[in-house]
Design a protein around this ligand. Structure first.
Ligand code: AP5
Length: 208
């Protein structure tokens, strides 16, 4: 199954993808995680994109498309994939069309107020990427990862100024993809305001 997860920042794409990848036995490919791994590893690409991610702007299409093309060519993606956070522009969607054929695009719907609550309360473990929420999904012990015991951090782009900017970028550059994929008859709308188990169940039944 070749899936794209589309939706505003903080809609829960990564949270649901980490469960859906087990359900469908396919890899979860998050462009945000790929970029963050480059930044952590201080690669040339990481140095190039660090400030862009912190500000909430999009990385240029050429860089992002090349990175995804390379990732989709890896062996594990041959049996299917969940692309989370890609495409984010019409140019990326057109490039993806020329790389592979999609089975569905899941559109995570969530209102602005909920988005802001989810992003501002998100905390992550830097080394594992595991995600928590101060209210909705707190760690067992305040401020530390359940498994590694490392201190949790707030992503630079989850600070208030960056959140507002990411939402503007989403509306201008990414939201047009909803019509793009609806026209292509690939879009599956999901109510992302429900609890994660309910979002996953709704999505699985809609895809079936
Ligand atoms: P990326 O990492 O893709 O960020 P995003 O799309 O903004 O998505 P998020 O990771 O913020 O949110 P999510 O929907 O995965 O929510 P999550 O599950 O964590 O991209 C980061 C940056 O990389 C971009 O700004 C850009 O610079 C660059 N980039 C990436 N892709 C690019 C591309 N294609 N082109 C160009 N640039 C690109 O959940 C959020 C919080 O809510 C968590 O705390 C979670 O615990 C909680 N939560 C989740 N689901 C629920 C629920 N159902 N109920 C209650 N709480 C929930």
């Amino acid at each position: 199954m070749n899936l794209v997860f589309l939706g505003p920042p903080g809609a829960g794409k990564g949270t649901i993808a980490s469960q859906a990848k087990k359900h469908f036995d396919i890899p979860h490919i998050s462009t945000g995680d790929l970029f963050r791994n480059h930044i952590k590893g201080e690669t040339t690409l990481g140095k190039q994109v660090k400030a862009i991610l912190a500000s909430g702007d999009l990385v240029p299409d050429t860089i992002t498309i090349a990175m995804v093309e390379q990732r989709l060519a890896e062996a594990d993606a041959k049996k299917g994939f969940i692309l989370d956070g890609f495409p984010r522009t019409i140019a990326q969607a057109e490039a993806l069309n020329s790389m592979t054929k999609l089975d569905a695009v899941v559109n995570f719907e969530l209102d602005r107020e909920q988005i802001i609550k989810r992003l501002s309360g998100r905390r992550v473990c830097k080394s594992t990427g595991r995600t928590y929420h101060l209210v909705f999904d707190p760690p067992k012990r305040e401020g530390v990862d359940d498994e590694t015991g490392e201190a949790l951090i707030q992503r630079d782009d989850d600070k208030p100024e960056a959140i507002a900017h990411r939402l503007d970028v989403y509306l201008k550059q990414t939201e047009p993809l909803i019509a793009f994929y609806r026209n292509a008859k690939l879009l599956v709308d999901v109510d992302a305001s429900l609890a994660p188990e309910a979002v996953l169940a709704e999505m699985v039944s809609a895809l079936a």
